[in-house]
Ligand binder design. Structure first.
Ligand SMILES: Cc1ncc(COP(=O)(O)O)c(C=O)c1O
Length: 487
């Protein structure tokens, strides 16, 4: 059997084009078809059946590529989670710009290693440029810098790790912890914050969850109380983690007030803007991030609201020298001095990863082609559609919402007439079943969470092709599935 682009032979450009065009055909046909109104967001398959498709021994000889594309790629696409569907309103994973996917393919083919500049002479400059643009947008001066990371989780881990180094008061990298260091985050912060405390050996019990206000923001009065109490107990507070666009409801903490509190107590301010940080690019939405320039570190994920394929997160520091103080390594076989006037060009000196890909390329090429205004418009649209959804639900007696959405995430629940007088647990159970049954219809796809002790349905409108028509239809379909469950 002929092997594609066999290493034992010279590369044949025609053969690469032929196979490449097949991949492009598969993608183009898939995207074309998935946006038809009758296409399903997910064509449900049980995990047992999905497992069976791939349950086979390691291939020894390999199989014909044409056959492989037909037999393997077909089921993969027909049962994929179709983020390209305008009726996908689920977790915060976007339908990426196709240009970014093409760029990802090309950058992976040239496989530039972005740890050190000598392995990616221009790629390094592209990553530095993209990071500079983002630093400018959040209001960081030339002292600021950042790196691309795998996502919000790694960005939060890195930010808290740098905070620990700077605020510990001794060489924690070398000596380890001398005493408990205490951090504060909002009750609704992403689980990666608590996980970072675990990973870093800070102890999850040393992360204090601050109460939330009725609109799901960090209660700053409770924050002040918790900090004062920690100091009274002779413990050392070191970091406050605020959230800009929290995962369950998309609310934004009051960054200006939290920054003042951090200043007063000499605490590091880390902003988890994995979801909402990208709103700095929108004139309409950036007011939500007022004060973000005062943060010592920021997590901001282009793979969420900037429509990039996974994985592309960023961690930004107001003062880049803290990267170098935190990541101390002695590796003469890899890190050599680079042009001093351009700052740190061996980005791997400032990251947890050593081998790191050229993820910057996909964002850079899209920013160059579309311009930032386009991204802002797409974000605005997603937020506008969420507000439209809220208005529709607010006017409907059978739906209940708990807050006016600030961004593109909204929680709500359906309480059909027949359940109006039921126990809250019954309504919870109904909404949980509703979400699962509804998603299996494939007509749209939503998520669920618990808010104020009650089971809620949750939507993230993250596909700029979602319109009022898709939202209206989703509400109709949801009611219909609800009726089938209660009757
Ligand atoms: C507020 C927030 N922070 C952090 C994360 C984690 O980001 P990632 O999944 O890119 O690691 C998420 C993911 O949804 C998030 O919503």
């Amino acid at each position: 059997m002929k092997k594609f682009n066999d290493y034992r032979k010279k590369t044949d450009a025609k053969e690469i084009k032929d196979v490449g065009y097949q991949f492009v055909d598969i993608l183009a046909n898939y995207l074309d078809q998935i946006q038809n109104i009758d296409s399903k967001v997910v064509n449900y398959m049980s995990p047992e059946d999905a497992f069976k498709i791939y349950d086979e021994p390691m291939p020894l000889e390999g199989m014909d590529l044409k056959k492989l594309l037909k037999e393997v790629v077909d089921p993969l696409l027909s049962h994929a989670q179709n983020l390209a569907s305008p009726s996908y309103m689920g977790h915060q994973v976007c339908h990426p710009l196709v240009l970014s996917s093409f760029a990802k393919g090309l950058s992976s083919a040239i496989n530039q290693g972005l740890a050190i500049q000598e392995m990616s002479p221009l790629g390094t400059m592209i990553e530095k440029r993209v990071i500079r643009w983002i630093c400018d947008a959040v209001g960081y001066s030339e002292q600021g810098d950042g790196t691309i990371v795998s996502g919000g989780t790694e960005a939060n881990l890195t930010g808290i790790m740098v905070a620990r180094s700077v605020k510990a008061g001794h060489d924690i990298w070398k000596e380890g912890n001398h005493q408990s260091l205490v951090g504060f985050c909002s009750a609704r912060s992403h689980y990666s914050i608590e996980r970072a405390f675990g990973i870093l050996g800070l102890g999850t019990q040393n992360l204090i969850k601050i109460r939330e206000t009725s609109d799901f923001k960090m209660d700053v009065t409770d924050l002040k109380r918790a900090i004062a109490e920690t100091i009274e107990q002779n413990q050392k507070p070191f970091v406050v983690i605020a959230t800009a666009g929290c995962t369950p409801v998309g609310s934004f903490d009051d960054l200006e007030t939290i920054a003042l509190i951090c200043k007063k107590y000499d605490l590091w301010l880390h902003v988890d803007g994995a979801h909402g940080g990208s709103f700095v690019f929108s004139d309409k939405l950036k007011h939500l991030l007022k004060g973000i320039h005062q943060a010592d570190s920021i997590a901001l994920d282009p793979h969420k609201m900037m429509f990039m394929p996974l994985n592309l997160g960023t961690i930004l520091l107001k003062n880049q020298k803290h990267f170098d103080e935190t990541f101390k390594v002695n590796a003469p076989y890899i890190f050599h001095k680079t042009a001093a006037n351009l700052g740190c060009l061996n980005i791997g000196e400032r990251t947890i990863q050593c081998s790191r890909g050229f993820e910057a390329f996909k964002l850079w090429i899209c920013l160059k082609h579309y311009g930032i205004q386009y991204f802002a418009e797409m974000m605005n649209h997603c937020v506008d559609m969420t507000k439209y959804l809220y208005d529709q639900l607010d006017e409907s007696p059978d739906f209940e919402t708990l807050n006016v959405p600030e961004s593109n995430i909204l929680c709500f629940r359906l309480i059909p007439e027949s359940l109006r007088l039921s126990l809250p647990e019954v309504v919870d159970e109904f909404n949980f079943n509703l979400r699962n049954t509804f998603n299996r219809t494939g007509k749209a796809w939503i998520t669920t969470t618990v808010l104020g002790g009650r089971r809620m349905l949750r939507t993230t409108i993250i596909n700029p092709r979602t319109t009022k028509k898709h939202i209206d239809q989703m509400i109709i379909d949801l009611r219909e599935t609800g009726e089938q469950i209660v009757n």
